[in-house]
Design a protein around this ligand. Sequence first.
Ligand code: AMP
Length: 581
Amino acid sequence: MKEPSTPPADVTFDSLGLEAPLVEAIRALGYEEPTPIQQAALPPLLAGKDLLGIAATGTGKTAAFALPLLQHLTPGSRGPFTASALVLVPTRELAMQVAEAIHRYGQKLGVSVLPLYGGQVIGQQLRVLKRGVDVVVATPGRALDHLQRKTLKLEEVRTVVLDEADEMLDMGFAEDLEAILSATPEERQTALFSATLPPRIAAIAERHLREPVRVRIAREKVEPGELPRIRQTAYIVPRAFKVATLCRVLDVESPTAAIVFCRTRTEVDELTVSLNGRGWRAQALHGGMSQEQRDRVIKQLKSHTTDLLVATDVAARGLDIPRLSHVVNFDVPNAPEAYVHRIGRTGRAGREGVAITLVEPREHRLLRNLEKLTGQRIEMAAVPTVADLRARHLELTRASLREVLVAGGLDPFRSVVEDLAAEFDVMDVAAAAVKSLQESRDDGRGGDEEEIPVVAPPTEKRSRFEKPDRKGPAERPGKKAGFAERPGRAEHGPRRRAERPDWDITRLYIGAGRNAGMRPADLVGAIAGEAGLEASQIGAIQIADAFSLVEVPEPAADRIITALRQATLRGRKVPVRRDRG
Ligand code: AMP
């Protein structure tokens, strides 16, 4: 099997055979270089070959299959109820995510993409299908439904992708896959992606792929001693809470000099703005900057006029960056080697370095790959709570007061204390001074009281935010529309972090609160798990003694109320309704 390593700096999307409009689309998204799986998979897929790719979520596999699929398409050349390409995925979340990614890559080409999954209003799907679609991204259950109703015809399909094939098999979709594949033309191109290669996947590949090129992400072990002593910690956190988590972790860790790595240029720019808005002195470092600009920000880091650099791998490569107290991976890198390279920048002479990684629930598999690669443990930690943060701030205030006390030179200030002591208790005077110092310390970085949901490390199979949509009640056609079924969602383009959601918010009343042991995580878990929402779609949560309030997208409110009424929360059934204020 071909095992790609980190791409040399000169491997570009053009050099892999991608045509200009797609290269442009990728550049606009801020991708600076192809990931290893893209480097290995693009040439054979562009050449029309079948492919067996062993790669987990987070490696850039979606672009690896989506870009060739788009390059082979002639947008709009299809009849009613037909599709030119079919991507099968295990869950509705992935269907939405992959459809959105394909839409972003193919937007300029005028490509139409339709996600099909259980729980959507069938009428809307039918209207779109009737016009014909370039790319259908579907869960197997829903694809088969449409196939049997003859509302999806696969005779004209040129490309089929089986994404996360091992998950699809684990979820019992084997027969559905066989039925769907047999409805597609023999001469189609097929790509199969799977995080693992158990015999059942090998058997499917054997049956349905023609002389496939096999690629997988290399997992060459790092030699012992190659990495300095590094404390490696990971936080599993939904995407919507990443910036808040990062700020809280940085606050607790108080790095003296740190780099926060992102995957794309766009992320670097957005995160730099967010961090500055939250009181950090952060500078961007990416491939779109001139050498002079890059040298300048490195100098600023060295002279401590900036706290943080926010960088892409490409931009940081080859630069003389001083040893850092902390390296933060805002995203798990697409290439495992990049992780080793990034964290190797921390760990100063004799002192342990710190590497922090934020992991989205779907990407947990990548962590295990990294542990295998480095032979070192990555500790899973709970995101610091607001109380942890306050305790940490007080600790810092105490430490700086101690320094001032030791340094002396307090005489000019004694008269203030003496004046106040005539009126107040001396202890109160001192406490007021501490309070005022504490508040000025929090200034700019304060206000971070947002509750961040606690996400338990997902089980091997699937995170709790991902529900199979097969044969669930939501699969039945004609069900009331929920948020997830918002028509044309994929056509709205990427949802940007930090943007206000573009749907109305409804507040739900849940008749159990702190006295019943309710925590935000219980509500997030129940809503995500029982009603199939993504955690990022859940808004503010307030927990009072006897009840809780949670903001949810209005279009999904009825579905969530029904689901929560049937579920148990903290071990019991609880009343759930729209909040009447
Ligand atoms: P995937 O493994 O397909 O789920 O992709 C994981 C993430 O990596 C997504 O957020 C992509 O937008 C991002 N990504 C994919 N390819 C690249 C690339 N070449 N450079 C930077 N980011 C990428």
